[in-house]
Ligand binder design. Structure first.
Ligand SMILES: *[C@@H]1O[C@H](CO)[C@@H](O)[C@H](O)[C@H]1NC(C)=O
Ligand SMILES: *[C@@H]1O[C@H](CO)[C@@H](O)[C@H](O)[C@H]1NC(C)=O
Length: 249
């Protein structure tokens, strides 16, 4: 009796499995693909987190769920042919979108507006067709560009005159270059200090001693990520009693 029960159980299992497989085969098996490297964005800009179905099939009738840590509190949820804002994370309200017309091409990319520092990190894109679902992970890196540097004269206690080039609100340490009027790189003669402000941004200062009576100095702070550079220049005349600051970027 026991043996017969076991056999029956085995049968019903494989029958169910067969049905399940054929059902999946009738619909379509897909993958969600996304870039493996992090997506970079500057603070305050808009960004697209790219994701699409492979093979290319329409996602119009699928569930598309973008979330971070909490599956039930998504960044964006598309379900039953529409965006569902009900349980969206508060921090993303009014800042997210899908390319709805692109869903038919399997494009489930997320559009995120006005990026904040707190938006940085891992995103998960879960796509569910009913019988089949897949998930992909993407990292968003938020880069913070500092303010334009300014140069000022800064004398130490031992009366050595030096210039200070400073800029704040950097997310990561910038590359810094000092040049004189002939374009000679003086960076090796300078020293740099940085400290974090109470918002967690870096305040960067670089000091360079002044040896000649007349020179024009320029200080360039450049983000390690490609983007327009901030540039500051300062002319120093005679006794340093008069100076002119100019800047361009
Ligand atoms: C999805 O569509 C948007 C808008 O047309 C486009 O910018 C983006 O590159 C597309 N992404 C993918 C992964 O196809
Ligand atoms: C010179 O720089 C030091 C160190 O950043 C600062 O404490 C000091 O106030 C500066 N002095 C002037 C005159 O700007």
């Amino acid at each position: 009796m026991g043996a017969v029960m076991k056999v029956q159980k085995g049968w019903s299992c494989s029958v169910f499995f067969l049905l399940h497989m054929t059902h999946v085969a009738w619909t379509q098996i897909f993958q969600v693909v996304a870039p493996s490297s992090a997506v970079l964005v500057f603070l305050g800009e808009d960004v697209t987190l790219p994701a699409s179905l492979s093979p290319v099939i329409s996602a119009q009738r699928f569930e598309v769920r973008w979330f971070r840590d909490d599956f039930d509190s998504p960044v964006l949820l598309y379900q039953t042919l529409q965006i569902r804002p009900e349980r969206q994370m508060q921090a993303y309200k009014g800042r997210t979108a899908l390319f709805l017309k692109e869903l038919q091409n399997g494009n489930v990319s997320l559009r995120l507006q006005d990026v904040r520092v707190s938006d940085g990190g891992l995103y998960k894109c879960f796509v569910d067709s009913g019988p089949w679902n897949e998930e992909v992970h993407i990292t968003l890196k938020v880069e913070v560009l500092g303010g334009q540097p300014s140069i000022s004269i800064n004398s130490t206690k031992d009366q050595q005159t030096r210039l200070e080039c400073k800029s704040d609100k950097w997310g990561t340490t910038p590359d810094l270059t000092w040049r004189d009027m002939n374009g000679v790189d003086l960076t090796s003669e300078s020293s740099v200090t940085e400290e974090r402000d109470n918002e967690g941004f870096l305040r960067v200062s670089s000091f360079i001693p002044i040896k000649q009576e007349f020179n024009v100095f320029s200080c360039l702070m450049r983000s390690k990520v490609p983007k327009p550079d901030w540039h500051a220049g300062l002319m120093v005349y005679g006794e340093y009693s008069e100076f002119m600051a100019s800047s361009s970027y």
